[in-house]
Design a protein around this ligand. Structure first.
Ligand code: ADP
Ligand code: MG
Length: 223
């Protein structure tokens, strides 16, 4: 199930171009890294793919997931998970409730709780099930956010500087855990980062000013 972006460009309200058309394709289990200076439009590109683009912008181009065109689908129907640097857990819900809420509604309510608890057990975090997000550590919140995103059963994942707020000691461990999970689930992932250290081994990256990498990287691999 690949994530394909074709000639995507974003234009400001005043018609100035935020970024020129960019195309890329991300295979299942592959992570494409997006690097560039602050303000160059990395988060905006992710928003356009996820369907959350602010009304202050207009986009051109097309995104496909598993061959299906996404442009006219609501963000919910796109089945794209997003992980931000802030955990965005609901402060008024406890940890298992935060997890259960992400699980698709077709699954019975009692099963959703069971699944949330099972997820925490697998992480050896069952003891925080009834804590509120404010009562647990930053590292625990980061793990819970990642699991919450995966419990929603996304078909692709967008990560916007997901390791930024963690201290150095936690960062490396969390990073390898996240990258391993994405690989295991065979999800295509697009990740924004500032840090060269976040780049996965053998991963491709798109560096500002972005250009069409559809063929570029793949050609150089065979050079
Ligand atoms: P990055 O993630 O690369 O730091 P962003 O995509 O957040 O950059 O922002 C790109 C540009 O768009 C910046 O100049 C920013 O100020 C502007 N911008 C971001 N969000 C909005 C918005 N909702 N409305 C108008 N301009 C925005
Ligand atoms: Mg950003």
């Amino acid at each position: 199930m690949s994530l394909v972006v074709k000639n995507l460009s974003v234009i400001n309200k005043d018609q100035s171009v935020l970024f020129a058309p960019v195309s890329f394709s991300i295979d299942p289990g592959e992570i494409l890294t997006l690097m560039g200076p602050s303000g160059c439009g990395k988060s905006t590109l992710l928003s356009a793919v996820a369907g959350h683009l602010s009304a202050d912008f207009k986009y051109k181009g097309q995104c496909y997931l598993h061959g299906q065109a996404l442009n006219h689908l609501s963000p919910e129907k796109r089945k794209i998970g997003i992980l931000f640097q802030d955990d965005l857990l609901f402060p008024h819900l406890n940890i298992w409730e935060n997890l259960a809420l992400a699980i698709p509604e077709q699954i019975k309510k009692s099963q959703r709780k069971e699944l949330a608890m099972l997820t925490l057990e697998k992480l050896n975090l069952e003891f925080i099930a009834c804590s509120s997000p404010a009562q647990i550590s930053g590292g625990q919140r980061a793990r819970v956010s990642m699991m919450r995103m995966l419990l929603a059963e996304p078909d692709a994942v967008l990560l916007d500087e997901p390791f930024n707020k963690l201290d150095k000691s936690l960062r490396a461990e969390f990073r390898s855990w996240v990258l391993a999970l994405l690989n295991e689930r065979k999800l295509p992932a697009l990740m924004v980062t500032h840090d060269q250290e976040d780049l996965p081994d053998n991963g491709r990256s798109l560096i500002w000013p972005w250009r069409d990498i559809e063929n570029n990287n793949k050609e150089s691999e065979h050079a």
